[in-house]
Design a protein around this ligand. Structure first.
Ligand SMILES: Nc1ncnc2c1ncn2[C@@H]1O[C@H](COP(=O)(O)OP(=O)(O)OP(=O)(O)O)[C@@H](O)[C@H]1O
Length: 316
């Protein structure tokens, strides 16, 4: 459904460049849910925005993005407009900011239907009511303004909007970050049920691996613009960064889970002055002599798992 092939994205800024994404290859099969994790600044949102060409003009992209076999970077404007919402749609970070405060939510959910000429008038109203019910809101909420809804309800509206044109892929960028833990768990359950019942593919982005593991079949972990690990969500991580990241969050909905006694020390590197070798080596609890000099690519690290770490090489 989605294939990223050696995708690199660099932002031009005054007096320099920011290499935000460096050679990422990743795929999402039809009906599959893939989670993309990493700390703030690792390049996750840059990837999300690139998938439907929503990046600013200062971004330079290399590599390929194939959406259902179509090369997104080569698409003409008309084709791109047709693909947005109908083949793939995005649920953005922070529901509060995604909705127009002066329009009723029903009108906003109907907008993609009208733009894509899929329904209008009474048929569009019927579809809006159906979508609201699918995301667990009563149909009369179509007449509400965003400020009359809670954060969780607004995020449900965003999900209804993303579903409106029956897309085959949903890209969800931190869909639950602004919500409290209980509402977060409800919205995650809703996403999981909707994608399973509609056979939709999902690329879900979060800094919180426990959130992704709730919903996704496969997880990919980014550090400083590169993928450091990919693998099934039900088998343990091999890369020291993925392990540290997963230990940094308690499990959603499991009050018995505890944070690791030692979090991940240090800060992610500035993309403009990345450390040599493996970019994670200055923070790595298992750092080896060669890590500061030898760059390392993804390599087999178990059944259907790849990790970019010398320790994995020693294990294999
Ligand atoms: N428009 C831009 N111009 C210049 N640099 C940018 C721009 N947008 C993002 N960046 C830089 O690109 C890098 C990746 O940012 P990005 O927002 O993709 O990371 P992220 O993993 O999504 O972080 P977060 O979880 O905080 O949203 C960061 O160093 C960021 O400062």
């Amino acid at each position: 459904m989605l294939e990223l092939d050696s995708l690199s994205i660099t932002y031009r800024i005054t007096g320099g460049e920011v290499p935000a994404v460096r050679g990422v290859s990743l795929s999402v099969a039809a009906g599959e849910a893939v989670g993309l994790a990493g700390e703030s600044g690792s390049g996750k949102s840059t990837i999300a925005l690139s998938l439907l060409r929503l990046l600013p003009r200062t971004a330079r992209l290399d590599g390929r993005i194939l959406l259902d076999g179509d090369d997104v970077l080569a698409m003409k404007w008309g084709r791109l407009r047709a693909v947005r919402w109908s083949t793939a749609s995005i649920v953005f970070q922070g529901a509060q900011h995604g909705l127009n405060p002066v329009r009723r939510v029903g009108e906003q959910i109907a907008e993609p239907l009208l733009v894509h000429k899929l329904a209008s008038g009474a048929a569009a109203e019927r579809r809006v009511r159906e979508l609201l019910e699918q995301v667990g809101l009563p149909a009369w909420r179509a007449r509400s303004y965003p400020h009359e809804l809670s954060g969780g309800q607004r995020q449900r509206v965003m999900i209804a909007m993303a579903l409106a044109c029956s897309p085959r892929l949903i890209i969800a960028d931190e869909p639950t970050t602004a919500l409290d833990l209980m509402v977060q768990a409800q919205v995650l359950t809703l996403i999981r049920e909707l994608i399973a019942s509609h056979g939709i593919s999902l690329l879900m982005i979060s800094h919180d691996l426990s959130v992704l593991a709730e919903v996704c079949d496969r997880l990919a972990v980014m550090y400083a613009g590169r993928l450091v690990e990919t693998g099934p969500s039900d088998s343990p991580f091999e890369h020291p960064y993925s392990r540290a990241l997963s230990a940094a969050f308690p499990t959603v909905g499991d009050p018995a889970s505890r944070l690791a006694p030692r979090g991940l020390a240090g800060d992610p590197p500035d993309p403009q002055s990345l450390p040599g070798g493996c970019a994670f080596h200055p923070r790595c609890p298992a750092v080896q002599e060669t890590c500061s000099t030898t760059p390392i690519d993804l390599r087999p690290a178990g059944p259907d798992r790849q990790a970019a770490c010398v320790l994995v090489e020693e294990k294999c």
